[in-house]
Design a protein around this ligand. Structure first.
Ligand SMILES: *Cc1c(COP(=O)(O)O)cnc(C)c1O
Length: 346
């Protein structure tokens, strides 16, 4: 049980005592000169886990995605992505701002582009038309409540893209959650794609950082782009050390977060005035809606007064995210708070 029940995001996870200890003792060097042994260890470990030749430690998921976009494309190209994707919605328009890329957002039912949608969106060679530079996928899907797509679905899209010589980037900020939920090896999801970004600082609880993985060629370009973006860091082994613990010790416990999210969602479904689509609760995110006027505010404020922090994501919806700093008692406390606040609601 924790003093505050923090359900706004898994980015609130605090580093474990083992992380703090290994950070304090990490062997370091200048990583721009590629002489930080701890960063090298993390990059080799992440590449092996993700089944790619190389990987690169980056400051954030946002930097990892932008680095990938710039590594695969040329200024003036078009990238295909889902309308609800993180890259299109929450990365400050960096594809256009920095990459000079035109985005081609496509509306999907579950957040995953179908092979047919990608086939239709890839541009033909024609002097009037922008050329397609990249297809982006996201797994798990943030705005669709942490839903997962299968390795087969990713492969089907990648086959279409590759047939047109278009590379594929996977925004896998929470890819380890998808692998845990579907009981598949994470390599199965990454095999069909040309680059993948995974976050160390969400459910895996490291204080900072994401990994971008791909072929030796892609990562050599990415290293240069990262430098341009200001992401060349020096004795950054102090941060990479926590990332090693994240990959080695924090992946196998993600099922616990999924069980807690499921329990939260099932109990919420019985709370008056609240609607939850239980089919979408597949990993550690629960999104629910409240139609009653003022209901969302009442829940957010009422919960806060009871030391339960939840996140309003739209006029009528709230997001809850479980993680290693949420245990079963915290789930019960949150549910008790929701029941008290909604007493008398219909
Ligand atoms: C969080 C997230 C990111 C960005 O990661 P930051 O480290 O917050 O920059 C990218 N994509 C998805 C799907 C995310 O959930």
């Amino acid at each position: 049980m924790h003093d505050v029940v923090e359900l706004r995001s898994d980015t609130f996870t605090l580093p474990t005592p083992a992380m703090r200890e290994t950070m304090a003792n990490a062997e370091v060097g200048d990583d721009v000169w590629e002489e930080d042994p701890t960063v090298k260890r993390l990059e080799a470990l992440a590449a092996a886990r993700l089944g790619k030749e190389r990987s690169l430690f980056v400051a954030s998921g946002t930097m990892g995605n932008l680095t990938a976009l710039l590594s695969h494309t040329r200024h003036g190209q078009e990238i295909i992505l889902d309308l609800d994707s993180h890259i299109f919605n929450y990365e400050v328009g960096s594809a256009a701002w920095i990459g000079g890329l035109q985005t081609r957002p496509i509306k999907t039912e579950r957040g995953f582009l179908s092979p047919d949608q990608v086939r239709d969106a890839i541009r033909p060679a024609n002097i009037h038309i922008p050329s397609t530079g990249l297809v982006c996928l996201e797994n798990t899907h943030n705005r669709h409540s942490g839903t997962c797509c299968t390795p087969e679905e990713i492969n089907a899209v990648a086959e279409v893209a590759h047939a047109h010589d278009v590379p594929v980037h996977l925004d896998g900020a929470r890819l380890f959650n998808a692998a845990a939920a579907l009981k598949r090896d994470v390599k199965e999801f990454t095999r069909p794609v040309d680059s993948v970004m995974v976050s160390l600082s969400k459910g895996l609880a490291a204080p900072v950082g994401s990994m971008l993985a791909g072929s030796a060629d892609v990562i050599a370009t990415a290293r240069r782009i990262r430098k341009m973006l200001g992401g060349g860091m020096r004795q950054v082994g102090v941060l990479a050390a926590a990332g090693i613990i994240a990959l080695e010790r924090m992946v196998d416990r993600l099922d616990e977060d999924h069980r807690n999210a499921r329990r939260l969602a099932e109990a919420l479904a019985a709370v008056p005035g609240v609607r939850v689509d239980l089919t979408k609760v597949q990993t550690n995110i629960v999104i629910f809606s409240v139609a009653r006027p003022g209901g969302v505010e009442a829940l957010v404020e009422g919960a806060l007064a009871r030391k339960v922090r939840i996140h309003r994501i739209s006029e009528q919806s709230i997001r809850l995210v479980t993680h290693k700093d949420i245990d079963e008692e915290d789930v019960d406390r949150a549910l008790e708070a929701f029941r008290e606040i909604t007493r008398g609601w219909k």
